[in-house]
Design a protein around this ligand. Sequence first.
Ligand code: SF4
Length: 125
Amino acid sequence: ELCAWACPADAIYVEGADNTEDARFSPGERYGSVYQINYLRCILCGLCIEACPTRALTMTNEFKLGDTTREKMIYTKERLLAPLLPGMEAPPHPRRLGNDEKTYFLGLPKTGTPDTRTPSAQEAR
Ligand code: SF4
């Protein structure tokens, strides 16, 4: 819920819930059972992206935001989730870029250099 706390426009609404062994939606202890972004409020500042420790958020090239009702401008989790593309692994799965903060955040390759730390990249070698 760090994204919601970071948002200066109060555009994000999150209800967290606990993962269990029978119902697991993410590798961590908790997941967002309800997640909404109100694009009537969002100023596209990107602070939610900066705040996210798991890189769950990103900007897109969709810059023409508009619709016929105010309700349609509140995007739910189902509408916000990007589809899995061919070759992508369905969640939940463990973190792939390092299991601790140091390797996850500081072990990134230089810009333009392939990331060879993921299992799929190592298999492709
Ligand atoms: S980009 Fe939008 S949702 Fe994200 S922190 Fe800024 S105002 Fe809030």
